[in-house]
Design a protein around this ligand. Structure first.
Ligand code: AHR
Length: 490
């Protein structure tokens, strides 16, 4: 019997809904074919955006969407993506598959997509190969309300009203694909570029500096020391590669040991967040600067037979456990983690949706976002779960992971059981609250390698769960092996 204690007297912080954010890059079939098919496509669309994909994204309440990259962001020149389609410049997407990018999806299209999904835009500016003027004019183009050269250009392109843009990143991975910079050099460039990222009218930009890769603590230390006063947040990127960066490992054909390695690596997110926050605290003891984990997820070897530069991979119950554990970790740092963006939203890496022509499937990761969506903007409640280590040899992780939150009198408990073999009976004690009604949904499957395919899209889907007991004010239930559960308590 594992104890779960929920102390409703201790409300910890509001969970920023943007922790449930996503990322869309001009990479493979994420934008083209995944989100956007163009107005003349035979695939059902609204102003070029896939209707089926937008509907599915609305259901999980995507709060914020990052664009246009990724590595692509530091090669992107936004003026190539505005104006009449026939005049838009064609370029080679050198980072991702060497394909021709025709710029038919640009600023106006991205804003339209966000409006259709009902999410906030998060724009990533170009420091690596762009200019201060170019970045400054992009912000003016999007947000200036009045008479200005960029506002006039925007109006000529059919949009009088400025858009509201809050989240703006000054460069992406500038330690790598964004210019191979040293942190000292980037910190100086950040200070310079961000000066011209202006607030126009009542639009207020939340400036996000490029942060570290994984455990590059010197990057965080240097950028915080030199530029911490000029930013609202700093980012962190961390991907899980089961076999390492070079070999990575297949998405569906993995054994038990590799499964536990994957979850162990996913859980490392907690250590990373704690360590980076510890460094940030030295320069910002007031906690003014937030942490934005704007790229995270499992990154496997691309599916055989696909363009390897498109980063297309399948998604199994293993990915559901990765997502569930990671989102619980983000929730547990709700006081400092202000945003997180899963890489990437459609057809790339740990996607929530895969498409093939006019067909679409929802991945196990999608269903985790669905089970967790009630946490958005809810108050994180103090909870404790009794855990033990499970795994093979040294490849171990905690058997259970939990988050509890409350909003409008409704309590949401999300739990994951990473153990491949054992169900765990849970004895839940709720301190300071009575239970009116309880309902649940559970995501599990016969095998951890199971995934949803276009021929069998409902192999891994959530089911209703109602097997609860009440005894002496305690709630009892069993967490099935390798499962993710959402419990709603009213
Ligand atoms: O998400 C794929 C790539 O991973 C992004 O373009 C880059 O920022 C990161 O290295």
């Amino acid at each position: 019997m594992s104890k779960l204690v929920i102390n409703t007297y201790n409300k910890k912080a509001k969970i920023n809904r943007n922790i449930y954010g996503h990322f869309s890059e001009h990479l493979g079939r994420c934008i083209y074919g995944g989100l956007f098919v163009g107005k003349n496509s035979e695939i059902e669309n609204v102003n070029g955006m896939r209707k089926d994909v937008v509907e599915a994204l609305k259901k999980i309440r995507v709060p914020v969407l990052r664009w246009p990259g990724g590595c692509f962001a530091d090669e992107y020149h936004w003026k190539d993506g505005i104006g009449p389609l026939e005049n838009r410049k064609k370029m080679v997407n050198t980072h991702w598959g060497g394909v021709v990018e025709d710029n038919s999806f640009g600023t106006h299209e991205f804003m339209e997509l966000c409006e259709q999904i009902g999410c906030e835009p998060y724009i990533n500016g170009n420091v690596g190969s762009g200019t201060v003027q170019e970045m400054s004019e992009w912000v003016e183009y999007m947000t200036f309300d009045g008479v200005s050269p960029m506002a006039r250009l925007r109006a000529e392109n059919g949009r009088d009203e400025p858009w509201k843009v809050k989240y703006f990143a000054v460069g992406n991975e500038n330690w790598g694909c964004g210019g191979n910079m040293r942190p000292e050099y980037y910190a100086d460039l950040y200070r310079r570029f961000q000066t011209y990222v202006r607030n126009y009218g009542d639009n207020r930009i939340y400036k996000i500096a490029c942060g570290a890769n994984v455990d590059d603590y010197r990057w965080t230390e240097t950028v915080m020391r030199m530029a911490g006063r000029h930013m609202n947040a700093i980012s962190l990127h961390y991907y899980v590669h089961p076999r390492g960066w070079v070999e990575k490992g297949p998405s569906t054909d993995f054994g038990e040991k590799e499964y536990y390695t994957t979850i162990k690596k996913a859980v490392f997110m907690d250590t990373l967040i704690k360590n980076h926050l510890g460094i940030m605290d030295r320069f910002d003891p007031w906690h003014k600067v937030g942490l934005v984990v704007d790229e995270w997820g499992a990154w496997y070897t691309s599916e055989p037979g696909t363009n390897l530069g498109f980063l297309y991979q399948q998604n199994t119950m293993r990915d559901a456990i990765v997502a569930a554990y990671t989102l619980n970790i983000f929730n547990s740092h709700a006081d400092r983690v202000v945003m997180a963006n899963l890489a990437q939203i459609v057809n790339v890496l740990q996607a929530v949706i895969l498409t093939e022509g006019d067909r679409i499937l929802l991945t196990p990761t999608y269903h985790v976002f669905d089970l967790y969506k009630a946490h958005q903007d809810a108050e994180l409640i103090d909870s404790f779960i009794q855990t033990e280590s499970v795994g093979v040899d040294d490849e171990t992780c905690p058997n259970l992971s939990v988050s509890v939150s409350e909003k409008d009198g409704i309590m949401t408990v999300t739990l994951a059981n990473a153990d491949l073999h054992k169900d765990y009976p849970i004895d839940c004690e709720l301190v300071g609250r009575s239970i009116g009604s309880v309902s649940g949904r559970v995501l599990s499957s016969a095998k951890v390698n199971d995934y949803n395919s276009f021929d069998a899209p409902e192999t891994v889907v959530p089911a209703k769960f109602g097997d609860f007991t009440f005894e002496g004010g305690r709630l009892g239930f069993t967490m099935p092996r390798c499962s993710v559960m959402e419990i709603t308590i009213k």
